[in-house]
Design a protein around this ligand. Structure first.
Ligand SMILES: [Zn+2]
Length: 383
């Protein structure tokens, strides 16, 4: 089995996973599926090439003593605290393995003529010099309204007309469920995409003669997934991602989804209404759901559910899901730890998630404990 689920790199913003568990849905879903496949553990992937990160670093009082890379790493560690770091470690989109793979792939794509470095007309912020893109708009780095035209050599992807950036086969999903909305969005992507950006932090394109430019992070996060897959010799990485995120990044990742026989596909998942914790707590009391069972509901069942209910789980659906979960738990066989049924493994490998609503199947594979590390508010054993 060389299929492996990996989370779409999460933006390394200002939050902890205990406070914003919704950010960990892709991580948790990937972990649950890998466990069913008998694969993993895999690293948790983080996206550190962000404009917000540039601004945070520029404004930090300790920027002279703490480097940007270190700041990103500290922020990631703090996300899991006080729980331990994940068993499979973490991997950022600027890790040496990702950078090396990115340059290797970009050089190959340039040789093959898929990508090109060409003089391109863009707009630069007249105050800070940030490249705002091909059309004039307010600078996202400093908020300034003025920009000026500028032509510079950039890494671009000029697609031949009619070349799709996303096809049905790019999704790891049951045949009956193609994401029509995303496929429609993909038809409206401009024929030229700029793949180099002005950022303080990222995969430097200086080795390609593009000083001061980094690879567009939307491309880079695909490469992070490929690098993590290569580490596990997995040729079929599947990246868990929300439909919104996929709509934002898929076009930029299109030239970077295949490399040396490896092909990345997407598994879409919906939003989970974790923020409604008070209502959830009430529900658990009404249904006499134990804290352990509640934890499994939140960290295992709902993430799996979100791959099936791709449009998102609504707060109104939670009572029914919790009732179902309780019935699933009551149907648990007496001898836990039995093997994952081969049929279920085949479904998971095929991206078919309908089994998650099948009481009998689900009851046979409930983990003894939440296997996911790094999400508890308190470390195990703490009072
Ligand atoms: Zn600016």
């Amino acid at each position: 089995m060389n299929l492996l689920y990996l989370n779409g790199p999460v933006q390394n913003g200002c939050f902890t996973l205990a406070d914003r568990p919704g950010k960990a849905v892709g991580i948790r879903a990937a972990e649950a599926l890998n466990t069913l496949l008998g694969a993993g553990p895999v690293p948790h992937l983080w996206n550190t090439v962000t404009l917000a990160g540039d601004l945070r670093h520029r404004d930090a009082h300790d920027r002279d003593t703490v480097g940007r890379q270190e700041r990103e790493e500290r922020a990631i560690t703090a996300k899991y605290a006080p729980a331990p770091a994940p068993a499979g470690g973490v991997l950022t989109d600027t890790a040496p393995a990702v950078t090396a793979l990115a340059l290797e792939m970009t050089e190959r794509l340039l040789r093959e003529g898929v990508l090109a470095v060409v003089p391109t007309a863009v707009r630069l912020c007249t105050r800070c010099g940030h490249m705002t893109g091909s059309v004039a708009h307010t600078c996202r780095a400093c908020g300034h309204h003025g920009s000026r035209p500028h032509t510079r050599r950039l890494l671009v992807w000029d697609r031949p007309p009619g070349t799709p950036v996303l096809e049905r086969d790019d999704f790891h999903a049951h045949r009956s469920r193609p994401p029509h909305h995303l496929l429609t969005i993909a038809h409206n992507v401009p024929e030229q995409l700029i793949l180099s950006r002005t950022r303080d932090h990222g995969i430097s394109l200086a080795p390609l003669g593009l000083d001061g430019l980094v690879l567009d992070p939307r491309a880079g996060l695909h490469i992070a997934v490929l690098a993590a897959a290569a580490r596990s010799s997995a040729e079929r990485p599947v990246m868990t991602v929300t439909e919104n995120a996929a709509a934002n990044v898929a076009a930029y990742g299109a030239p970077f989804r295949r490399h040396n026989g490896t092909r990345l596909r997407y598994a879409l998942h919906g939003h989970i209404p974790y923020d409604d914790t008070a209502a959830l707590q009430r529900l658990c009391e009404v249904h006499r759901v134990s804290p352990a069972l509640k934890e499994l509901f939140l960290t295992w069942f709902l993430p799996l559910c979100s791959l099936h209910l791709r449009a998102g789980i609504t707060p109104a659906q939670l009572p029914a899901l919790l009732k179902f979960w309780r019935r699933v738990h009551l149907a648990r066989p007496d001898t836990p730890g039995s093997d994952v049924p081969a049929e279920l493994r085949r479904s998971v490998a095929a991206g078919d998630m309908r089994w998650v609503m099948d009481l009998r199947t689900l009851s046979r594979v409930i983990p003894e404990h939440p296997s996911t590390q790094g999400f508890a508010k308190e470390p195990e054993g703490a009072s």
